[in-house]
Design a protein around this ligand. Structure first.
Ligand code: ADP
Length: 218
């Protein structure tokens, strides 16, 4: 990531290559009134960072990659498996009251629901508020009654990218997605085992950690 902060000289080199490509290091050095040896470190950095391509016996070419391309590639290369955290999961027959207690004790905003280890639903703060506003006895209502059910749950897998997760969170206007693994059920259908969660907090932490690496912390 540091490589995308160009020095003035690196910017000049990129502009020269864009304009005169293919151009040899000797020609670039001549145009900048430098020796080839003095130019070499900058050319190496730009080639390693993917902005220039060095073609033997031809010269340097501009790859057309922008800083935005590189950031986008970087984010797409971060996988759900690298950023997921532990999910809070309860079974479908848990009473709403007990699930609310779990929500507070575990300090989360969303609880995932399973039946026999397989994801069947999701319950969020607003779902709890909705039922708590009515006259229902939340000690007697199982969470399975109020949850958002499969197959209407947006899920991701370990191999999906951080970009895919952010897209699902925005598209469905939700706070988190369960991370799942497909399993074959006894009835031959596909079920999903819950292996983690990615929430808005995980995405925010990812952005923070990227800047933290760059700036050395606050
Ligand atoms: P909050 O209730 O704090 O606004 P969300 O925005 O995550 O939390 O949830 C809004 C609604 O979307 C709730 O009804 C919840 O059950 C549902 N929901 C939450 N996560 C998911 C998900 N991954 N897939 C589908 N629906 C979800």
């Amino acid at each position: 990531m540091n490589s995308i902060e160009f020095t003035n000289r690196q910017q000049q080199i990129i502009e020269l290559v864009k304009k005169h490509q293919p151009i040899t290091s000797k020609h670039i050095a001549d145009k900048l009134n430098m020796t080839r040896a003095a130019l070499r470190p900058d050319l190496t950095v730009l080639a390693m960072a993917g902005f220039l391509e060095a073609r033997p016996k031809v010269g340097y070419l501009y790859t057309g990659r922008s800083v935005n391309n590189m950031i986008s590639d970087f984010i797409r290369n971060i996988k759900v498996g690298d950023i997921k955290s532990s999910p809070v999961v309860v079974s479908e027959d848990t009473m709403v009251y007990d699930a609310i207690v779990t929500l507070f004790l575990e300090d989360v905003g969303t609880i995932y629901i399973h039946n026999g280890g397989i994801l069947t639903g999701v319950v969020s703060r607003k779902d709890f508020l909705k039922i708590a506003l009515g006259n229902t006895d939340i000690h007697k209502v199982p969470i399975g009654i109020i949850m958002t059910r499969m197959p209407n749950i947006a899920c991701v897998k370990d191999e999906d990218s951080a970009y895919d997760v952010a897209g699902k969170i925005i598209l469905h206007e939700i706070d988190s997605v369960p991370v799942v693994e497909s399993v074959c059920l006894e009835n031959g259908k596909t079920g999903y085992k819950i292996t983690g969660k990615v929430s808005k907090t995980n995405i925010t932490r990812l952005l923070y950690d990227l800047c933290d690496d760059e700036l050395g912390g606050l």
